[in-house]
Design a protein around this ligand. Structure first.
Ligand SMILES: *Cc1c(COP(=O)(O)O)cnc(C)c1O
Length: 365
C-alpha cells in the first residue's frame, strides 16, 4: 500500500475562483497566472479548468511550451520577458507575448530577425523597484519599441508592492498614469490583491488583470480577509491518514525536542505527513488541522515524515482516520491554506508552491 498521503486539485474550485476574478473586474480581460507550475498545482492539471481565461501568464519558457503543447492557441505572456537572445526565437515560433522591462531586452529585440511581429508588455517600475523602467525613462523605451519593425503592439504594465496592505496602490497608480498618459496601448496593473481590493477604480482594472493566488483559493490579504470573505474556494487539498496513536499521561512529551508536554491525559494521532511532503516545519503546537473533518491542532514539532495531532475532540478517531492538512475534508469542512501558512510564519503562496514531488496528486471535480 502506498504511504497514505494525497494532494487533490479541485477543478470546480479553480473555475469558480476564475469566475470570481472576472466578476471583480468585469470589463477587463484575465491573465490566469500559472507561473511556478501553476503555483504548485501542475499546469497540466489546472489547464482545462482555467481555459476560460483570456490568456496564460508565466515566467518560464518551458512552461510556455507546455501551455502550447496542451493546445492553447490564445495569448501567453512571459512576465519577466526573455533572458537571452535565443529566447526570442521561441517567442516568434510559439507566438508568445513578452514583457520588456530593461534596455537589454529592447536591444535583443532590435537584433532579432523575425517575420512574426511581437506583442510586448512594456513594464514600468512605479515604486516596487524590482523590474521595469523608471517613470522618467518609460516614454523613451516606448518610442524605441514603437520604432522597431519587430514590434507589432505595445501594452503598458506595472506591478504593485502593497495592493494587499495599508499603503495601497494610490501612489503607484498616480505615477503610472502620469508617466504613461499619452502613450497608446492596453494597460495591465492588477494582481489578485489589487483586483479584489481596488478594482472599483477603472484605472486599476485596466484592460488586463493578472490574478494568481486568488485563482488558487488563497486570500491575498489574509488575515485581514479570508477566502470566505472573498468567496474563494480551496483548489488544493493535502490529506493524509493517522498511522499511529499514542496515549500520553501528564508530563509526557511529543516529538523532537519534546516541545509539547501534556498536562492531562491525551491521545495523539501520528499523521503520515511531514516537511518532506511540503508541510511547513515552522508550524508548531496549535496549528489548525482537520481530523475526520473536525478541527483540532498540531502537537509538537513537524518531523520529516510525520506530525502529531491532538485527538482529544475526536474520541472515535484512531488508526486510519483521515486528516486534512489544508483544503477541504470529506465532510465539506474547509481549512484554508492561509491559516496553516500563518501559523508557520509564511503565506499560502509558499505552501502550495512547495508541495513535494513525492506526494501523489489527483485531479477531482
Ligand atoms: C506573480 C505575478 C502576478 C500574480 O500575483 P498574485 O499575487 O498571485 O495574484 C501578477 N503579476 C506579476 C508581474 C507577477 O509576477
Amino acid at each position: 500500500m502506498p504511504r497514505p498521503i494525497l494532494a487533490t486539485i479541485h477543478t470546480e474550485a479553480l473555475r469558480h475562483n476564475l469566475a470570481r476574478m472576472r466578476e471583480a473586474a468585469p470589463d477587463a480581460r484575465v491573465w490566469a497566472v500559472v507561473k511556478a507550475n501553476a503555483y504548485g498545482h501542475g499546469i497540466e492539471r489546472v489547464f482545462d479548468a482555467l481555459r476560460g481565461a483570456d490568456g496564460f501568464a508565466l515566467l518560464d519558457l518551458q512552461e510556455a511550451e507546455r501551455v502550447r503543447a496542451l493546445g492553447w492557441r490564445g495569448p501567453v505572456l512571459l512576465l519577466e520577458g526573455v533572458f537571452e537572445p535565443r529566447d526570442l526565437e521561441l517567442c516568434s515560433r510559439l507566438g508568445l507575448w513578452h514583457t520588456v522591462h530593461c534596455d537589454e531586452q529592447i536591444e535583443m529585440l532590435a537584433a532579432h530577425k523575425t517575420q512574426v511581429p511581437h506583442r510586448v508588455f512594456l513594464k514600468m517600475n512605479s515604486g516596487m523597484n524590482r523590474l521595469g523602467f523608471a517613470p522618467q525613462r518609460f516614454r523613451t523605451a516606448w518610442a524605441r519599441l514603437d520604432a522597431l519593425p519587430q514590434v507589432e503592439e505595445i501594452s503598458l504594465m506595472t506591478h504593485f508592492s502593497d495592493a494587499d496592505g495599508a499603503r495601497g496602490v494610490g501612489e503607484q497608480v498616480r505615477i503610472f498614469e502620469e508617466a504613461s498618459r499619452d502613450l497608446s496601448g492596453e494597460r495591465s496593473l492588477s494582481n489578485s490583491a489589487a483586483a479584489l481590493r481596488h478594482a472599483g477604480d477603472a484605472r486599476v482594472r485596466g484592460d488586463w488583470i493578472r490574478p494568481g493566488i486568488a485563482v488558487y483559493g488563497s486570500a491575498p490579504d489574509f488575515p485581514e480577509h479570508d477566502i470566505a470573505h472573498w468567496q474563494l474556494q480551496p483548489t488544493m487539498t493535502l490529506a493524509a491518514r493517522v498511522i499511529g496513536v499514542q496515549q500520553l499521561q501528564p508530563g509526557d512529551t511529543v516529538g523532537y525536542g519534546s516541545s509539547f508536554r501534556a498536562e492531562a491525559p491525551l491521545r495523539v494521532g501520528v499523521v503520515a505527513c511531514g516537511y518532506a511532503d511540503g508541510y511547513p516545519r515552522h508550524c508548531g503546537t496549535g496549528t489548525p488541522v482537520l481530523v475526520e473533518g473536525v478541527r483540532t491542532r498540531l502537537l509538537g514539532r513537524v518531523s520529516m515524515d510525520m506530525i502529531g495531532v491532538d485527538l482529544t475532540p475526536l474520541p472515535q478517531a484512531g488508526m486510519g482516520s483521515a486528516v486534512t492538512m489544508w483544503g477541504r475534508a470529506g465532510n465539506g469542512a474547509v481549512l484554508p491554506i492561509d491559516e496553516v501558512a500563518a501559523a508557520g510564519g509564511t503565506l499560502g503562496y509558499e505552501l502550495m508552491c512547495a508541495l513535494a514531488p513525492r506526494v501523489p496528486v489527483v485531479v477531482a471535480d
